[in-house]
Design a protein around this ligand. Structure first.
Ligand code: GTP
Ligand code: MG
Length: 139
């Protein structure tokens, strides 16, 4: 089924000029970038976005990291986009990520792991709405 998922190219990747390299992996996996914007996340945006992790020990570090440099927020569209993008991203910890995945190729650590992707279709809809108006998405 054609789906949309939400992606973030994180500060560790924008700092190293990896936006294009990551987009090539996304497009190479058959996902179309149907919306994209480079932003500096506010503390409030980062706190809201990662609210599910509020009680985790790494929450403060995660919010600091996500606001430390620009990010690129994206909407990706394609067949089974949610699961397909999770597969292209690889495991959260790059040491456990499969060969050829974005995190295996580019991530620095479990925290500075280059990309975010929605973990369900339901969360994808919520996350897309946090950053994009429907008019900004051109499928
Ligand atoms: P996202 O797509 O970013 O949500 O990654 P994920 O779904 O693979 O992982 P999860 O939702 O469990 O964690 C969210 C983010 O928190 C991760 O991508 C990391 O950036 C960060 N994170 C998770 N575990 C750790 C950890 O043990 N230490 C630190 N510093 N950050 C962590
Ligand atoms: Mg997650």
């Amino acid at each position: 089924m054609t789906e949309r998922t939400f992606s973030i190219i994180k500060p560790d990747a924008t700092r190293r000029n990896l936006t294009g390299a990551i987009n090539a992996l996304i497009e190479g996996a058959g996902l179309r970038i149907v919306a994209q914007r480079r932003i500096r996340m506010t503390r409030e945006q980062a706190e809201d976005f990662y609210d599910v992790h509020r009680e985790r020990p790494f929450y403060g570090e995660l919010v600091e990291f996500m606001t430390s440099a620009p990010v690129v927020v994206q909407v990706l569209e394609g067949p089974d986009a949610v699961a397909r993008y999770r597969a292209v991203m690889g495991a959260t910890n790059p040491a456990q990520a499969e060969e050829g995945t974005i995190r295996k190729l580019h991530a620095l650590s479990v925290g500075e792991n280059s990309v975010h992707g929605s973990d369900s279709l339901e969360n994808a809809k919520i996350e897309i709405a946090q950053f994009f108006d429907e008019d900004d998405i051109v499928g």
